[in-house]
Design a protein around this ligand. Structure first.
Ligand code: DC
Length: 234
């Protein structure tokens, strides 16, 4: 089990998916789960700042996420919401929703089930988020904390928005990235925080291949390939 934590725009998702593919492991994007609950909150017409009402939505939300790194699937009920959860409305509201302790408690249970299922199926899993090494999987064999300057992160987010057809400007994206970091790091319930034993990796001057190489070195240093008792795929 590999935990990949850090703020947005550090390249986490791309790196986590490629790492999982390279290792034949499963992949879990926990941010997508918080985003899907947020979408349900907005659709229910609930104020994201109303913790009690948000918790009620989260209790009855039918959310499912796949763990195949080559085919990301995020559903709200039967509906595939993979594109809509990346939109601006959800991005603006997700930090408030993910600060609600009951939301975190519910998603933690679901994440731990998904992790156990993927370890059975693939023999291992790469999980990305904000509190994976510190709260969800403190026993992870390798914990990485990705960082990058806020300029680099805003630049990456803006390019990603453009390539996926969303309108954004560098300045507005930088403000959003900094706002979310502040909110995600300062909330009381399992904030964005590196685990004590996490390896820090600054990606400001590295491309995806460079980050991946460094992580694969760590995987090999710790002799993590072939350790799992699953189908022997890593
Ligand atoms: O990784 P992302 O940008 O898709 O995550 C969206 C939001 O979800 C992020 O601003 C904070 C929250 N989040 C969280 O609180 N804990 C996690 N493990 C993952 C994401």
């Amino acid at each position: 089990m590999i935990a990949l934590d850090g703020p947005s725009g550090t390249g986490k998702s791309t790196v986590a998916r490629r790492l999982a593919t390279a290792l034949g492991a499963g992949y879990l994007d926990t941010g997508a789960m918080y985003r899907t609950v947020t979408l349900a909150v907005l659709r229910a017409g609930v104020d994201p700042a109303d913790a009690e009402a948000v918790a009620k939505v989260a209790e009855r939300v039918a959310l499912s996420v796949g763990t195949d790194p080559r085919r990301q699937e995020v559903r709200l009920g039967e509906e595939n919401v993979g594109v809509e959860i990346r939109g601006q409305e959800v991005t603006l509201a997700v930090s408030a929703v993910s600060a609600v302790p009951r939301v975190r408690e519910l998603l933690k249970m679901q994440q731990q089930e998904l992790i156990a299922g993927a370890v059975d199926r693939y023999g291992g899993i790469v999980v990305e988020g904000r509190d994976i090494g510190s709260a969800i999987a403190p026993d992870a064999a390798l914990k990485i904390f990705l960082t990058a300057s806020s300029d680099a992160r805003a630049q990456r987010r803006t390019s990603q928005d453009a390539s996926e057809g969303r309108e954004s400007t560098l300045d507005a994206t930088k403000l959003d990235v900094e706002r979310r970091d502040r909110l995600d790091s300062s909330r009381a319930a399992s904030p964005l925080r590196p685990a004590d034993d996490a390896v820090w990796l600054d990606t400001t001057h590295l491309d995806v291949a460079g980050v991946l190489d460094r992580i694969l070195e760590l995987v090999d240093e710790r002799e993590l390939r072939g350790v799992a008792a699953g189908p022997g795929r890593w």
